[in-house]
Design a protein around this ligand. Structure first.
Ligand SMILES: Cc1ncc(COP(=O)(O)O)c(C=O)c1O
Length: 339
């Protein structure tokens, strides 16, 4: 690759909040590479899970823009929504703490015993949680509007951060991450990334081009092609020229269900590189990469970057995955006895 990486967001970052140190590490993963059928030097991991704020993860790069803009416009309170174990909600709570803003999280579901993982961290960061019950996407959005109205009536100045942090503004965080990655690895052929609300893939596509990004749909939205495409067009300010590379084969029975390929991927990454993936996003994304190697969509001898988007707290909020991990320990454990 000969062209210089272009930072297409440079000069427009007046409202961006500084929430992380960059670049995040790009680490070789030779043992994982060989385990999934690639050559030792083919596979590298972009460690966005190591972003320092709030336990790390991709949402921080988007929040730099969305929460930064909210703060610049004089907002006092960040309001956002998500699933009960939303990584985005947890990181919005952390961003609010860092920026000195209040945070209200409107979460689908109801409080339950053993509120673990992300929910425990939401509380630690001082966010207020509003449980919206078993609601549709539209109803969750209506609940957010209600909460924001109520806050305004009480004299606060709320700013709504979109579901998953994925607006065109938020996706600029990953347009810049694409530039960061190209500086670290100009040989990049394919970046593999989990797709939820779409902003991460869209930002990468904006900078790297559609042919260099393989997105793995995780079941968070009904039509990922439309969702990501819409954001790509918003970033470019014009219709997208090339079609997106999206794998739709990793959702299984549904968004929060643990699939066998994801469990295999989580176990393989843990046992080859000591890297922890989560069952909903990064586990599915690596399972998608493994499937892509099997069917020839990703080939040995080409530089592949797995974008680790975080999600570790979600693993601790996912009973089935924890149970599988615990039973692996139980299968090997022995009790020490003296003499
Ligand atoms: C750990 C993790 N990885 C990936 C994603 C997907 O990112 P996006 O919503 O930008 O598609 C999410 C979204 O919630 C996430 O929490």
């Amino acid at each position: 690759m000969s062209e210089e990486p272009q930072d297409t967001t440079r000069g427009q970052d007046i409202t961006r909040a500084e929430l992380m140190s960059r670049p995040t590490p790009l680490e070789a993963a030779p043992r994982l590479a060989r385990a999934i059928g690639l050559e030792s030097d083919d596979l590298w991991v972009k460690r966005d899970d190591l972003i320092g704020l709030g336990g790390g993860g991709n949402k921080v790069r988007k929040l730099e823009w969305t929460a930064g803009a909210a703060r610049a416009e004089g907002a006092t309170t960040l309001v956002t929504s998500g699933a009960a174990q939303s990584n985005h909600a947890r990181l919005t709570a952390a961003a609010g703490a860092r920026l000195g803003m209040d945070v209200v999280l409107v979460l689908a579901g109801a409080p339950s015993e053993g509120m673990t993982g992300n929910i425990a961290l939401d509380g630690l960061f001082g966010a207020r949680v509003v449980w919206a019950g078993e609601v549709s996407e539209g109803e969750l959005a209506a609940a957010v509007d209600d909460v924001a109205r109520d806050l305004r009536e009480r004299g606060a100045r709320p700013a709504v951060i979109p579901f998953g942090g994925s607006s065109v503004l938020g996706a600029r965080g990953y347009a810049a991450a694409g530039t960061e990655l190209l500086v670290q690895d100009p040989e990049l052929v394919t970046a593999v990334v989990a797709v939820g609300s779409g902003g991460t893939m869209a930002g990468l596509v904006h900078t790297l081009g559609a042919e260099r990004v393989l997105g793995v749909h995780c079941g968070a939205v009904a039509d990922p092609e439309h969702t990501v495409g819409h954001l790509v067009e918003g970033l470019a300010g014009q219709p997208a020229a090339t079609s997106l590379r999206l794998r739709l084969d990793q959702v299984g029975p549904g968004y929060s269900a643990l699939t066998e390929p994801a469990m295999d991927a989580i176990t393989t990454a843990a046992r080859t590189e000591g890297i922890v993936l989560d069952p909903v996003y990064t586990g599915r994304a690596l399972a998608g990469l493994i499937a892509a190697v099997h069917d020839g969509q990703v080939r040995p001898g080409q530089r592949t970057v797995f974008v680790h988007t975080g999600g570790l707290p979600g693993l601790f909020g996912h009973g089935e995955t924890l149970e599988r991990a615990r039973s692996a320990v139980a299968g090997t454990a022995v009790r020490w006895s003296r003499g």
